[in-house]
Design a binder for this molecule. Structure first.
Ligand SMILES: [Zn+2]
Length: 145
């Protein structure tokens, strides 16, 4: 699925390149087929949810809660305790409940990452799905600021 950015276009610099539909003036071939085949974020979430559903009960209610939030609450995998999660700048994972303004300390983000890798492998997610999940969607990450 990944397009190779190193493939040079056969057009010559100048007017030919400026009007080149294969590289759109960049000099590097653009893999339009791969771009067209790229799944939308919604399709990726749906696909991950479908792959997780048969195996999700093998994971803890807490982890199911995390995945449920990450995937936008499409499935009710657990009676949700936490409605939101975030990661502190020093790598700790915290959860927020609906009925409390106080955040709960959960653990180190490394544990989350380790569990994510387990389920990614078990569910055989493709590279797009893996990248989506590893971006920790719907989790506010203060390490990135
Ligand atoms: Zn070209």
């Amino acid at each position: 699925m990944q397009s190779d950015p190193q493939v040079k276009c056969i057009c010559k610099p100048g007017i030919m390149r400026d009007n080149c539909p294969s590289c759109e003036g960049t000099g590097q071939m653009i893999d339009f087929r791969a771009i067209r085949n790229r799944k939308t974020q919604e399709q990726i979430r749906e696909s991950i949810t479908t792959k997780f559903s048969p195996i999700i009960t093998g994971y803890s209610p807490f982890f199911r809660n995390v995945l449920q939030v990450m995937l936008g609450n499409r499935e009710q995998w657990v009676t949700e305790k936490y409605c939101g999660f975030y990661i502190t700048s020093d790598g700790f994972f915290l959860g927020r409940t609906l009925n409390s303004f106080k955040d709960s300390f959960i653990g180190r983000v490394d544990d989350l990452t380790r569990n994510l890798n387990l389920i990614i492998n078990e569910a055989k997610l493709d590279s797009e799905e893996t990248a989506y999940l590893n971006s920790l969607p719907n989790i506010q990450d203060w390490r990135k600021i």
